[in-house]
Each structure stands twice: as C-alpha cells, then as structure tokens.
Design a protein around this ligand. Structure first.
Ligand code: FAD
Length: 417
C-alpha cells in the first residue's frame, strides 16, 4: 500500500465517533483532521457509559487503551418500592463515563489535528474529493468527508435531509449524584451495583461511575442515575420551553430547565421511589432531560461522504452500545479503505458491512423500548412488551454484553468490533 498517495479525511465532530475515526485512519496511513464546532473542550455532564467487549476492543485497537476505564460491578439486581431485592444476576461489567472515554480518545490525536470552534456548514463533491465549508468562511479539501457529528448531524442534513430522528414517546431524567452526598444506606445497599427499579411504564437504572477528573477513589465517585418516563409529543414540546419562555426544538440545556419541572420530578419521585433511589434524586445537583429519538438509514455512504456513529444510525440507549457502535463504524471504515486501492470501492464495502449492523442495533433498541408500552404497533411489539414486564427479563435484556450474538451478521467475530 506504500505506493499510494497519502490520503486525507476531514472528520466533522470531535466526540466519540470523530476521535475513533481519526485514530483508525491514522493507523492506515491517512491524514485525518477533526473539526468540532464547540469552541471549548467537550465535557459529558457526568453521563455514565456501560461498556461492552466491542467497546474495549475498539479502545485497545485504536491505541486509546483502557487504563483506569471505570468501575467494575459484580452483579445487577432489581429492587421494589420498599427497597427489597426482587431478583439478581451475577454480571461483571465495567461502567465508565463519557468524560473518561473522551479523555482517552482525545490523547490519541495530535493537537494540530483537532480543531475546536470549526462548525461544518456545507460540502461540495466532485467525484474524487470534497470541498468543505466551515463557519467564518473557512474552506478545507480532502479525499473524504466523515460525518461524526451526532444524531442531529448537519452533514447528514445536507446529504440525506429526509433522514430525521423519530421521537420514541419517552424521555429520561438523568444526573450523577456525588458519592460523598449519598446517605450511608444508599452507599451500602445500592452504590456498588448496577440496580434496576421498574415501576409500571418506567425504568430506573443506577450504577457507579468515576468522579470529577476520573477520580476512582472511594468517596470521590458518582452514581449514574437514569429515569425513563413516558411523555407524548405535546408534553415534550411543553417540557422544551425553558425558564425564559424560549421554545427549544429537542431539549433544554440543563441550567435553563424550568424549576417547576424539577419540582414536579421531585414530587413524583417522592410518590414512587424506594428510599435509596429517592436519595439519589434529591442529591443530583443538576438533573437534566434527554428525550429519546432514533432512526435507521438505507445507506451511510453518499459519494465521498461517509457517516459514522450516531450520525449514521441512532439507537435508543437501552443497550448502552452507542460508543461501541461508533468504534465499530470507525474501525470498519478504516479497514475497508485499507483493503481497496480505490476509495469508492472501500466506501462501498464499508456501507455494505455497517449499514445493516446499524439498523440491527436500532431495531434491537426498539424491542427493548417496548417495555415502556408506547406505540406498540405489531403483535411482536406487544409480545416483547409482555416479556419485559418482569424484573428478571429486564435484567436479562437491558445493557447486557454480547446481545449481537443473537443475530446472524456475516463476518462478525463475537466481542470484536
Ligand atoms: C441517555 C443516554 C445514555 C447513553 N448510554 C450509553 C451507554 O451506556 N453506553 C454507550 O456506549 N453509549 C451510550 N449512549 C450513546 C452515546 O452517548 C452515543 O452513541 C455517543 O456519544 C455517540 O458519539 P458520536 O461521536 O457519534 O456523537 P456525539 O457524541 O453526539 O458527538 C457529535 C459531535 O459533533 C459535534 N458537531 C455537531 N454538529 C457539528 C457541526 N456542524 N460542525 C462541527 N461539529 C459538530 C458536536 O458538538 C459533538 O461534539 C447513551 C446516550 C444517551 C442519550
């Protein structure tokens, strides 16, 4: 391959899939520059991330490694309204945080190739390359444009505007209380574990993650808290009005969430939560709302534009697999480009390999979402909804490793991206 002209990729988005793409492309000898619209380093609001063998494989193989990745829990269990354990399942799993992953991946890229404050505006293609326009009138050229700019991708907005994420009919209250703020009972009974509490049509999931600056010391960690709740489109629109009366399209930035929404959430929590979970709710410093959307795509390559991660296809977060998928897309893209002298042939191979996998992942997430009892359209949806009404079933299906083994995916090696 050494006789090849050195090729260049422009990558939009400086988060998980953008950084994975740069790391894997560099390994095959490409120049890769990442352009992130945020003018400041990205931070993840303490969001927890479930890991999977595929994510560990992607981190190791791209050179980021898994040093101090997170906290290992020995098991998962479910509790009832009184805090009594209703079922348990031994399952060793490493729980990490978005911030830790960002830091590990960020270290794989040279400062000179990571550009903050560059917002993608549009791309022109001429069949053998791309000319990319950014804010402030800046223009860059390359052999390939990679859209790693997330679920609301503006790259996808240009090449496939018809692909719009669909609201799932439910949203999440999220937060990460500090270990030091939690009551001794909470620390003893649930903090070291992956815990489920499943009132009707709701889902509460908690697990420990590192503290600020990846602090893994006891006493300095945080507890990831996720509470799924149903809301129709109208209710969501109403929740998306901020404290200044401004209507937002998708979600309200955490500091602008209306105080009465937070008060209402506290009040509902008092009505239904076991004491240890209520403790988590009441100690979260800045609870925030994430509405759940998803979409599938018929293709993920558009000429010399390739989509990766959430921008390519976005699953609901029930499997906690989004970052693993981002790593898998990036690795496959580099492998396919390396295997073909012709860039377009490489992209064709990438599309053939990853487009179906992206859709399988999204469809699997919809199955798990039937637990919430929203938009049950088919007999299969209703059957799945029934199946997921027990604590045992939820522990068997939600955020478990190796769920892709149930699908016949040509060429896939279990545990590898
Ligand atoms: C509630 C919830 C829980 C989750 N839990 C897990 C979990 O446990 N495990 C897991 O693996 N995944 C989880 N995920 C999914 C995971 O967070 C995503 O899959 C992952 O962050 C996707 O990475 P990405 O780089 O593709 O997109 P993003 O992280 O969305 O990054 C896109 C980047 O592109 C930038 N950008 C956007 N537009 C432009 C532009 N025009 N120009 C330049 N830059 C731009 C953005 O600023 C952003 O930095 C969860 C998601 C949610 C919502």
């Amino acid at each position: 391959m050494s006789s090849r002209r050195k090729r260049r990729a422009i990558i939009i988005g400086g988060s998980m899939s953008g950084l994975f793409s740069a790391a894997f492309l560099r390994q095959i000898g490409w120049d890769a520059d990442v352009y992130e619209r945020s003018a400041v380093e990205l931070v993840g609001r303490g969001a927890g991330i479930t890991t999977h063998p595929e994510l560990l494989d992607a981190l190791e193989s791209c050179g980021a490694g898994i040093t101090d990745l997170g906290i290992e829990v020995p098991k998962r269990f479910a509790i009832d309204r009184n805090g009594r354990i209703t079922g348990e399942k031994p399952l060793r799993q490493i729980l990490t945080s978005w911030d830790r992953l960002q830091r590990l991946l960020r270290e794989t890229i040279d400062e000179a190739h990571y550009h903050l404050g560059w917002a993608f505006e549009r791309v022109e293609q001429n069949g053998s390359g791309v000319r990319v326009h950014f804010n402030k009138g800046r223009v860059e050229e390359a052999d390939l444009l990679i859209g790693g700019d997330g679920i609301r991708s503006s790259v996808r907005g240009q090449v496939a505007p018809e692909l719009q994420p669909q609201y799932a009919g439910y949203y999440i209250w999220r937060g990460a209380p500090e270990e030091a703020d939690l009551a001794p009972k909470t620390l003893k009974e649930i903090f070291p574990y992956f815990v489920f509490y499943l009132p009707p049509r709701q889902e509460i999931i908690t697990y420990p993650i590192a503290g600020f600056n990846n602090d893994l010391r006891p006493g300095h960690r945080r507890y990831n808290f996720i509470w799924y709740r149903v809301a129709d489109e109208n209710q969501l629109r109403e929740m998306n009005v901020d404290r200044n009366g401004v209507q937002h399209d998708y979600s309200v930035p955490p500091p602008l969430i209306r105080p009465e929404l937070i008060e209402g959430m506290y009040s509902d929590a008092r009505d239904i939560m076991p004491e240890v979970m209520l403790d988590c709710v009441m100690t979260m410093k800045q609870p925030f709302i994430t509405p759940i959307y998803d979409f599938t795509a018929d293709r993920i390559v558009f000429g010399r534009v390739a989509m990766v991660g959430d921008a390519a296809a976005n699953a609901r977060p029930h499997m906690g697999f989004g970052v693993a998928k981002a790593g898998g897309d990036a690795k496959a893209l580099a492998r396919c480009l390396d295997a073909h002298d012709d860039v377009d042939e490489g992209l064709k191979a990438y599309n053939a390999e990853r487009q179906p996998i992206g859709n399988i992942i999204v469809k699997h997430s919809r199955k798990l979402g039937t637990h919430m009892g929203v938009n049950l359209r088919t007999e299969e949806d209703r059957r799945m909804h029934e199946l997921l009404q027990t604590d045992e079933a939820m522990m068997d299906w939600i955020a478990v490793p190796n769920f892709l083994d149930a699908y016949d995916i040509p060429g896939r090696v279990p545990g590898r991206v």
